[in-house]
Design a protein around this ligand. Structure first.
Ligand SMILES: [Zn+2]
Ligand SMILES: [Zn+2]
Length: 174
């Protein structure tokens, strides 16, 4: 997910570029299981010491349902908002001093390229729901036999009254 922004860096502050993003994101992160490519639009705005990147992106991911544990497809939309800072001056080629908030993921490298992979990885992980469920009506698993109640009821409820208690109940009823 690399973009060469040398031309934009030679432009005035406030100049913009727009790109269509279509990226396979397999291997981006062990916790991200993509079912589709990542798609969307990326806008770059020239700032005084770099570029501000915004984007509206979407993809489809496979998650395990927190209730029934079955895999399901989650459509995910998220926005990017990150400022990338120059490593060196585009006109003089001189390396710039590192600022206090130096962050490798948002550096413009010495070839005037930005790599969106890390900020996209972080934004996807932030956008993931903590307790994703496959559908709002998901019935979950039987805590006794583990049967997926979405596939129908199990026999556990019938056995919910322990036979030993039935004998006790019979004694108490006497
Ligand atoms: Zn479920
Ligand atoms: Zn059961």
């Amino acid at each position: 997910m690399r973009f060469n922004i040398a031309q934009l860096l030679k432009d005035h502050t406030g100049e913009t570029r727009q790109y269509t993003l279509h990226e396979e994101i397999e291997g981006l992160d062990p916790d991200i299981v993509p079912l589709s490519a990542l798609d969307g639009m990326i806008h770059l705005i020239r700032t005084t010491d770099g570029v501000f990147v915004t984007g509206k992106l979407h993809c489809s991911l496979e998650l395990a349902c927190a209730r029934c544990l079955e895999p399901f497809a989650l459509p995910l939309r998220f926005t990017l908002e990150e400022e990338f800072h120059s490593t060196l001056d585009i006109l003089t080629g001189v390396f710039l001093p590192r600022t206090e908030e130096f962050e490798p993921a948002t550096q413009i490298d010495e070839h005037h390229e930005i790599d969106l992979s890390e900020v996209i990885r972080q934004n996807i992980l932030l956008a993931l729901p903590l307790h994703a469920i496959c559908r709002s009506q998901c019935a979950g698993l039987c805590p006794q036999c583990g049967k997926n109640w979405n596939d129908g009821a199990c026999d556990c409820k019938r056995d919910a009254i322990d036979p030993r208690f039935e004998k006790l109940k019979a004694l108490l009823d006497k």
